[in-house]
Design a protein around this ligand. Structure first.
Ligand SMILES: [Zn+2]
Length: 495
């Protein structure tokens, strides 16, 4: 039988619940109740007391290993993960207790304390994968983009969006539906017994707030509509974003574009993305000022590769009006000289907005997006071009548009192979997707770089690819022709 630092599984089960009390997940009154739940799923007849206390995460890992040994769960990574979530679900407060706890803190101490508490709950019960985040690779590019190679990010096809349920089971209907709370999971679909949400009201609709299980930044959260309905950007969407920052002024809120390839992966369920992060775009200099066409709102085009406008308004109503106007005008704006086609049989123009509330008032960063594809660029004229796909083939979503590039986990190993290639330790296959790029890097490789220097050199080169991919996605390039084209569009706001 397995042991953990000399402790038996019965002792570990006892300590698991004691540690859950100590972390604040459950209170002492509930300990026996939760322990019985743990004994049940581990098929143990009785616990054994232990005076010691080990970290909850180590105890959880050990109990999962015991379950796999006993044949209570399959010995695959996915099945172990599901069992672990089930175990942590037992020591997670009920949805009602979480709702009430959040509401109490909100009333007594404000939204910052309440969201911090909900976040800590998700960290403690391992819903938020902070332990795995340590394996991620992150660095800053020469021009200030943040690059994150996320080990839990599987690369997705830019054209694939959740327009229908993932499998014949059809339940939960989509990954953002409320029915995920408490769901046991199945092969190919994660368990969510440790997921908790709290209700919020946005645009007079019933929405829910939860954290992302795989955060790309601090307090990465998602607001999702209570009802399963498509993610569409209309004037009312801005009302919801404004409601959000009025309630959570310590966070930004943003939305993906509502079209495939330039939008997020889940277009079937209305949602917003928020959190504590400050994005590189917020440091960008002004390119030129413009009049957004609504009194009380000032506008600036930014020196930023993907065309981004910054709107500032002291008051809420003018900001709402300016964003609605911008959306309406942009939806129909074409420019033949730049290959910008607003509409064929479907819409091609969309916005990627990110809003926050500051001492100056509401500040909104809005990226102008277009997903029109040409024979030369079948994934989109304003999508990362083919030569950048070995690094970034996926959508330029909200995070990338604002300067945080989330790259697929496969790159962690692939870039190590490129480093070995540059150090002459290993060849790359002739059909390796990085081969051509790596050969170019080899030519520019400074002499006498040590291993750490080569790592830095490759990271800077990845950063360079991200910068170029962002330029590809920009409708109006940062040159005279781009400026002229953008001025023409912006002049239309006053018409
Ligand atoms: Zn849904």
């Amino acid at each position: 039988m397995l042991q953990l630092d000399g402790f038996s599984v019965e002792q570990a089960a006892f300590m698991f619940c004691a540690a859950a009390v100590q972390s604040g997940l459950i209170d002492e009154e509930e300990r026996a109740y939760c322990l019985n739940g743990v004994l049940d799923i581990l098929q143990l007849s009785a616990p054994q007391e232990a005076a010691s206390l080990l970290p909850l995460s180590r105890l959880g890992e050990f109990l999962v290993a015991c379950a796999a040994e006993k044949g209570l769960c399959q010995d695959t990574e996915e099945a172990r993960e599901r069992f672990s979530v089930r175990l942590f679900g037992v020591v997670t407060p009920s949805p009602r207790a979480v709702r009430e706890g959040f509401a109490r803190l909100l009333a007594e101490k404000g939204s910052q304390s309440a969201t911090q508490w909900l976040h800590q709950l998700g960290v403690n019960n391992e819903y938020i994968h902070t332990h795995r985040a340590r394996e991620n690779v992150s660095f800053i590019s020469q021009k200030g983009l943040e690059v994150l190679i996320s080990i839990y990010q599987k690369e997705r096809d830019p054209k694939a969006t959740h327009t229908r349920p993932r499998s014949a089971v059809g339940y939960p209907y989509c990954p953002l539906c409320r029915e995920n709370v408490g769901y046991a999971g199945r092969q190919g679909y994660p368990a969510r017994q440790n997921l908790r949400q709290v209700p919020i009201t946005l645009g007079q609709e019933s929405w829910y707030l939860q954290y992302s299980p795989s955060p790309a930044f601090s307090q990465h959260c998602v607001a999702l509509r209570g009802q399963h309905s498509p993610h569409l950007m209309v004037a009312k969407s801005f009302d919801k974003m404004l409601d959000f920052v009025d309630q959570f002024p310590h966070w930004f809120i943003g939305a993906n574009a509502d079209l495939p390839v330039v939008g997020g992966f889940i277009l079937s369920h209305a949602h917003l993305i928020g959190g504590k992060h400050v994005f590189p775009v917020e440091q960008a200099d002004a390119w030129f000022a413009f009049d957004p066409g609504v009194p009380g709102v000032t506008g600036e085009a930014l020196r930023w590769s993907i065309t981004t406008l910054k709107l500032i308004s002291k008051d809420r109503a003018p900001m709402m009006e300016a964003l609605a106007l911008l959306l309406a005008r942009w939806r129909t704006h074409s420019d033949q000289s730049l290959g910008l086609v607003a509409r064929t049989t479907v819409n091609h123009n969309a916005l990627t907005p990110m809003l926050r509330k500051t001492a100056k008032g509401y500040v909104c960063y809005v990226a102008l997006r277009n997903n029109y594809a040409t024979p030369e660029h079948p994934l989109g004229l304003f999508h990362p071009h083919a030569r950048h796909h070995h690094i970034k083939r996926e959508n330029i979503g909200l995070l990338e548009a604002m300067g945080l590039f989330v790259l697929p986990g496969r790159l962690k190993q692939e870039l190590q192979a490129v480093e070995r290639f540059l150090q002459g330790q290993e060849d790359l296959n002739w059909d390796d997707p990085h081969r051509e790029w790596a050969e170019g890097l080899q030519q520019g490789l400074p002499e006498s770089l040590d291993a750490a220097g080569v790592t830095q050199y490759v990271r800077q080169a990845v950063g360079q690819v991200c910068e170029e991919a962002l330029q590809d996605a920009g409708v109006y390039k940062q040159n005279a022709q781009g400026e002229q084209g953008l001025q023409v569009f912006l002049a239309g706001l006053k018409a």
